[in-house]
Design a binder for this molecule. Structure first.
Ligand code: GTP
Ligand code: MG
Length: 136
């Protein structure tokens, strides 16, 4: 099975959507939460996480948003979770996301799109080390 790093972004926490989103993840057969923490993310941590986006026009607003309040970081484990959580999330732009997906059901703004999920096995390994350095 696989593991993936998921962030419920500050908009999800602020709007009280943590239970709703975690429920969708937990409802998937055989998937389980392997680590979970509520915390306000530090800029240094996010700079590592979003290193690929440094210099892009949305980078600074993204940093501002992602540090604006507590987020939930978690590791999900199970069959094909990397692709699977991204399918649950829907595409980056919530207006383009199909209703039924997390972004499609709850989002309107590209930056405030509720959830992050690792996009490959390499990203998952890299991102899990950033948010859960102690995880085996
Ligand atoms: P993540 O799962 O959060 O990584 O989203 P993603 O993989 O769907 O998108 P990507 O990695 O390309 O961008 C990271 C995050 O930056 C997105 O989730 C958005 O919050 C934000 N973002 C990406 N592209 C844009 C953009 O064009 N405009 C704005 N305002 N924000 C963007
Ligand atoms: Mg991404």
């Amino acid at each position: 099975s696989q593991r993936t790093l998921v962030l419920l972004k500050p908009d999800a926490v602020r709007r009280g959507l943590v239970g709703e989103i975690l429920g969708r993840i937990e409802n998937k057969a055989g998937w389980r939460i392997a680590a979970l923490e509520l915390r306000t993310l530090e800029r240094e941590v996010l700079e590592q996480h979003y290193a690929e986006h440094v210099g892009k026009p949305f980078y600074e607003p993204l940093m501002e948003f992602m540090t604006s309040g507590p987020a939930v970081a978690l590791v999900v484990e199970g069959e094909r979770v990397i692709e699977g959580v991204r399918t649950l999330a829907g595409p980056t732009d919530p207006i383009a996301a199909t209703p039924g997906s997390i972004r499609g059901d709850f989002g309107t703004i590209v930056r405030e799109n509720l959830i992050h999920a690792s996009d490959s096995e390499e990203s998952a390994e890299r991102e899990m080390k950033i948010f859960f350095p102690g995880l085996a």
